[in-house]
Design a protein around this ligand. Sequence first.
Ligand SMILES: *Cc1c(COP(=O)(O)O)cnc(C)c1O
Length: 403
Amino acid sequence: MLPRRRLELPPTAGLPLRWSDLRPGGATLAADITAQLGTPPLQLECSGTASLLIALKTLHRRQPHRHRVVVPAYTCPLVAIAVRQAGLQLQLCDLRHGHYDMDTSALRSVSDERTLAIIPTHLGGRVADVAAAVNVAREVGAYVIEDAAQALGARRDGGSVGLLGDVGFFSLAAGKGLSIYEGGLLLTRDPLLREQLVHMSASLTRDRIDWEARRSIELLGYAALYRPAGLRLAYGNPLRRALRRHDPVSAVGDDFPLTIPLHRVGHWRQAVGAHAAARLPAFVEQLSIQARRRLRRLQQIDGIQILDDPPGGSGTWPFLMLLLPAEAQRDRALVQLWQAGLGVSRLFIHALPDYDYLAEIVPTEAVPNAGDFAARSLTVSNSPWVTDEDFETICGVLEATSD
Ligand SMILES: *Cc1c(COP(=O)(O)O)cnc(C)c1O
């Protein structure tokens, strides 16, 4: 194992907050990001999951006889939790082998007149094949919701992701690019649907001083500790404790409560987000340049597959997502790297059916390509705090374990 460092690098490239972001200001977060992205008006919610839940309930009201929601079998467990909380049924779709997109023929075979929505996912900031999902959805009369939780700022053919489907959503959770500790943004190009999303949100959410106080304190903690000197306390030590207990699910924070809170985001957190958002476009650009450079270095390592965007896609780069030739090699690399404080980690630990705690929500189904993706993937942080020297250390371990 590599020696542990005093400084700890984050597993994803969150936009660091500055103390000056914490000053009071206007609650213009959603409007400011709308202007940056050049999209129709964004709707602020208390999390990405809450945004998805509101989208699902809105669409279900339009098509009440449809109950099924098709999701990639390798995605954030919160997606499954939102489907359950919306009173709907989860339908898994396996991935394309060695890829984050759903397999199109599998998607066609699981979609039918019972399908309410299909959720293509811009996993890890990579641009997903939304057009394929839209084609299948049209054939069966279903909606498409783009999960762009990790992809705020990602573009396809010059425009923001999230607009090709019927609804899209972004996450503002800790560690996901721009963060107000927990938050989400809903997006649609259809004015009538936008009105219905606003109404659904108004009926499901209210001001909750208890939740807002908690999130405000958490945001202060995030501002204080989301830096290499603080992340050891906030991230590295809990990670290593969980790994010592052989609990990778809690090590990466995949263990979510089965019910999510619904409330409104308070004025102060919106102002903090608006201040930080002014730096977002330049940050996304900086990460993209760094990722391109580092991808070229990784491509020199035998056997490693790097997940990149399709033509016309220009995603966000919170981390670099790699597939190693086999699980054993991936695990050998992680023995060296996961606890080293260098920002190497795993995305979601399992395919959805393999989380014990989701057994009540997720159907048991064979999804071999999703399982394979979980077994062979690892992530290398694209945080600007990962120096070229750190990155070279990581590449050295990957080279040594790929022999
Ligand atoms: C994080 C995430 C979500 C949920 O967003 P929150 O803001 O954390 O509720 C949904 N889908 C994907 C792919 C995610 O990574």
